[in-house]
Design a protein around this ligand. Structure first.
Ligand SMILES: [Zn+2]
Length: 174
C-alpha cells in the first residue's frame, strides 16, 4: 500500500515509511500531515485520508559523520574531474596529486590533495602547479558532512505530492 515521506521539522526528507507507521505516529502526536493521498482508511470510529507526506513535530538530530579521507572520497569530492585539465575519468584512470609536492613537505590531507588524471600527474611531476604551467580548477578543501541517510527511489515511483520536498541528497534512479 501507500508509502509516506517522513520529513524532519525543518522539512528535510528523512525517510520513507509505510502508512501504518505514519498513522501511528500521527496518533501519538509525533507528526502532522502535510500532504494526503486520495485514498482513505476506514476504521471503526473514524475515516482518514492516507497521508503521503508527514512532518515530525520535534527535531531529529541526524548522525552526520565526517567524510573519511580516502581515494574514493577524493574522487567523489572532485566529481571524478581532473583538477588540472577538467576532464572526467573513470576511477581506474585517475590518481591523486599533492598540490604542494610531497618532496617539498606537502601533506597528504584534504587541503593538499586533488583528483588528477594520469597525464596531468605525469606532466606536473614534483612541481607546483604554476611551475608546471598548470592551473588548479578549484582549491582542494575538506568536504562538508555527508547526509547520513540517502533515500534512493525510482523517479517514476515518486508520488506527485512528494516532489516539493525532495532535495538534492535524494538520489533519483532512472
Ligand atoms: Zn588531467
Amino acid at each position: 500500500m501507500e508509502q509516506v515521506l517522513l520529513l524532519n521539522i525543518s522539512y528535510e526528507p528523512l525517510k520513507i515509511i509505510n502508512w501504518k507507521k505514519a498513522i501511528s505516529m500521527l496518533f501519538l502526536g509525533k507528526v502532522e500531515v502535510i500532504e494526503e493521498y486520495n485514498s482513505e482508511i476506514h476504521a471503526i470510529s473514524f475515516t482518514i485520508k492516507v497521508p503521503s507526506v508527514v512532518r515530525l513535530l520535534t527535531m531529529v538530530k541526524r548522525n552526520k559523520s565526517p567524510v573519511k579521507f580516502s581515494r574514493q572520497n577524493i574522487y567523489a569530492r572532485d566529481r571524478s574531474n581532473c583538477q588540472y585539465c577538467g576532464a572526467k575519468f573513470p576511477s581506474e584512470e585517475l590518481t591523486y596529486d599533492h598540490v604542494l609536492p610531497k618532496s617539498r613537505g606537502g601533506r597528504t590531507e584534504w587541503e593538499n590533495i586533488v583528483t588528477c588524471c594520469i597525464n596531468c600527474n605525469r606532466k606536473k611531476g614534483g612541481r607546483l602547479p604554476h611551475e608546471a604551467g598548470m592551473n588548479l580548477i578549484r582549491r582542494p578543501f575538506q568536504p562538508d558532512w555527508v547526509p547520513s541517510m540517502r533515500i534512493i527511489i525510482g523517479f517514476k515511483e515518486v508520488p506527485h505530492s512528494w516532489r516539493d520536498y525532495l532535495y538534492w541528497h535524494i538520489e533519483l534512479v532512472e
